[in-house]
Design a protein around this ligand. Sequence first.
Ligand SMILES: Nc1nc2c(ncn2[C@@H]2O[C@H](COP(=O)(O)OP(=O)(O)OP(=O)(O)O)[C@@H](O)[C@H]2O)c(=O)[nH]1
Length: 358
Amino acid sequence: MQYQEKLESLVEAVQQLSLARDLDSVATIVRATARTLAGSDGATLVLRDAGQCYYYDEDAISPLWKGQRFPLSQCISGWCMLNRSAVAIEDIYADERIPHAAYRPTFVRSLLMTPIRTIEPIGAIGSYWAQHHAPSADETHLLQTLANATSVALENIQMHAELEQRVLDRTEELARTNQLLREEMLERERAEREVRLLSLTDELTGLHNRRGFQVLATQELEVVRRLHQPCRLIFIDLDGLKQVNDRHGHAAGDVMIRQAAELLRVVFSEADVLARWGGDEFAVLALDALDESTVRRRVELGLKQLAALHANRPYALSLSVGVIDPADTPGASLSELLMQADAAMYAIKAGKPSRVPA
Ligand SMILES: Nc1nc2c(ncn2[C@@H]2O[C@H](COP(=O)(O)OP(=O)(O)OP(=O)(O)O)[C@@H](O)[C@H]2O)c(=O)[nH]1
């Protein structure tokens, strides 16, 4: 092949190398171009890897050396990297720098080893001949130019890989941050739900609290009024809680309040709005056409059942119950209706002979 043709091959290879994005592509280009430029029978790409010569690719000594690593001091590619200069050896068995035994199973008789970059070499390109061959100055020059272009390609690949890794790391970091934000959002939603729930619920009894009752009973009242359905508003007060607190302690008073709530759950249905209005008072919006005596009868029955369940409690559970029909005052607000029910309850309580249950 004429020098001009070789030069064109070299220019073509330099362009291909500038586009190569991985080591395999570089190795393929280098191997083929080295053989073309040197007219050799085989070529190899050696990389300097932590003080060793790493035979990354070769088609001269295959399959003996490909993928193997040798100390820089024990192979000719190492020699050429350490000395930062190309080395041509016409008869490898006459040269002391060659580990002869290692070459014996191969076809190699002559070689040219070119450092990849003469300043701080990062590898070497080897060209091998099966017959004795003395590489010309032109061949050596072309091979060194190829090797220098290869150094740029290798640097490019490393930079590209580093950039890709940085993008990957950043993407992972963003994904982790996103995940954390998502978890934080879910946690906040859960906490908000809990706060909403807590702010409508009475902690001691699990019934709605005053605020919960106002929200829900207002809605329900509006619906039953619009649909002309029956309902009753009921106000209930525990009898003698103060006495129980005083005689048996606050904890016993709490149990009494909880038992009253238990009773309301038994007496009224799930659709009704049940609330602890505060202290020892309860409010119920029953979505039913209950008359007062039915409510009272059910409460008494519930009290008996509870008394049987808690036979050894040191006090009797007793309630004063006021029942009103909101339909009797169609324009009244919930607060006004509650005042009516409270008054009805108080009339009942006032009529009781003794309000001390224990
Ligand atoms: N154990 C307990 N006591 C409470 C709680 N809230 C309010 N009380 C007490 O309940 C008592 C209510 O007193 P009163 O309004 O006189 O009611 P009562 O003792 O049931 O008397 P009457 O309603 O007239 O039958 C007060 O002593 C409050 O301190 C509570 O959550 N737990």
